[in-house]
Design a protein around this ligand. Structure first.
Ligand code: RNT
Ligand code: ZN
Length: 417
């Protein structure tokens, strides 16, 4: 198949609209996308080999071949990364520490427990992000962590947050690009609570303590993630959207918007330009909600495309940090990484191929007819030829060709596990 021939034709067609396809490719290639470690092993981690996922989130499926060790997870991700174009970060949860077989509790984690991850990331050229783990632990078993009304338990989790920020700072110093640290706690009630004030005040106090120490933003960017409900916490989530919008403003940190954490007709794409009037930055958890689940593999749906367009149209490339958050155990896990991350890349490339100035001109002149007509016609431009070219330039497989590579890896590597 002649990629160049197709690309040259596509380039001409886009140029008629004033769009430079070479520039769109170059811009897409340098926008980092952070890929979640937890897709590789169903959010189990290496803290405890028998770890059970709690916190109102769940993976379903038992597809064979999941990563059981740090080396397997690294190898699987390296392989996935060879299928995904663009600049990549790897987002690591605290339970993925390298404790060398010793018990290290959550409040005792240190940079040294993540040194092997850093060495690997530097060698491969990945950026890193961090996540304290506020679930899958005996002290979160009753559903509360930073809002816990037992002071000893609350303190334990505050210490975990403080220890985690030091690891994120270490990631940033070592990799030369800031590490985003995402605070998500599962705290919530199955049934209607009476003490909402007390729990939310306690959560607010815990963040005062966790964020008390200033850390250079060149290395560490704090972020806080809201949610509407979780399994077993259907009636009230302590860390709701309003809670964290205020928290992010107060502490001058990022707000995490997870696309699966809102009511079904609310969309994150519409929230970016609103929240960014008042918070400095956003960390995205791009996911796909399906009924009760907020964590299906990202597809190239309207919302994913709209998010990418909003980033480009708003000029938010430096303020919106793109991360993925989903976990599917029912199909090949490496394919999940490839499908979701390739789709995020497609959405970004599509957004970078929009004739934004022209569309804005139509709108500002009140020509909504042309706005709608162009937005619809843009959908059938030869995007595929530009995407193929981008993949070729990045040295990753074009179109569906990567699927055969995954099947081969499955046969040669995963089936031996
Ligand atoms: C849970 C949050 C959170 C987690 C990860 C594993 O609802 O989305 O981001 O998915 O920390
Ligand atoms: Zn999330």
């Amino acid at each position: 198949m002649n990629t160049n021939k197709m690309y040259e034709i596509a380039k001409e067609i886009y140029a008629e609209l004033g769009v430079d396809t070479d520039a769109a490719i170059a811009k897409t290639a340098k926008t980092p996308v952070s890929i979640q470690c937890w897709q590789g092993d169903d959010v189990v981690g290496f803290e405890n080999p028998d770890g059970v996922l709690t916190g109102g989130i769940q993976t379903t499926g038992n597809y064979p071949g999941k990563a059981r060790t740090i080396d397997e997870l690294k190898a699987d991700f390296d392989f996935a990364a060879s299928l995904i174009p663009g600049k990549k970060k790897f987002s690591i949860h605290a339970i993925y520490l390298d404790n060398k077989g010793q018990k290290v509790d959550r409040n005792e984690i240190k940079p040294e427990h993540f040194e092997t991850w850093v060495t690997w990331a530097k060698e491969k050229g990945y950026g890193l992000d961090f996540n304290p783990t506020y679930f899958s632990h005996e002290l979160s078993a009753d559903g509360f962590t930073l809002s816990h009304q037992n002071e000893d338990i609350r303190k334990f989790w505050v210490e975990h947050g403080i220890a985690s920020r030091k690891i994120s700072e270490y990631f940033g110093r070592e990799t030369g690009m800031p590490s985003c640290i995402n605070f998500w706690v599962p705290d919530g009630f199955k049934d209607t609570p009476v003490c909402k004030h007390e729990y939310r005040a306690t959560l607010a106090k815990s963040y005062e303590e966790i964020f008390a120490e200033k850390i250079d933003k060149a290395y560490n960017l704090d972020s806080v993630e809201s949610k509407v409900f979780g399994i077993g916490a259907e009636s009230c989530t302590i860390g709701s959207n309003e809670f964290y919008m205020g928290c992010a403003q107060k502490h001058d940190i990022l707000l995490t918007l997870d696309t699966g954490h809102f009511h079904p007709t609310e969309v994150v794409s519409d929230k970016l330009s609103a929240a960014l009037q008042f918070v400095n930055g956003i960390l995205l958890h791009v996911s796909r909600p399906v009924r009760w689940d907020s964590d299906h593999v990202v597809i190239l749906d309207d919302e994913t495309k709209a998010i990418a367009s909003e980033i480009v149209r708003g000029g938010y490339e430096d303020r919106v940090h793109i991360g993925l958050d989903y976990f599917d155990a029912s199909i090949n896990r490496i394919a999940c990484w490839a499908i979701g991350a390739r789709n995020m890349q497609k959405a970004l490339l599509l957004a970078n191929l929009e004739p934004v100035a022209l569309l804005k001109k139509f709108e500002l002149e009140g020509d909504y007819t042309s706005r709608l007509a162009y937005l619809e016609e843009l959908k059938t431009l030869p995007f595929a030829a530009v995407w193929d070219k981008y993949c070729e330039m990045q040295g990753v497989p074009q179109r569906e060709k990567w699927v055969a590579d995954v099947k081969k890896y499955e046969k040669e590597v995963l089936s031996a596990r």
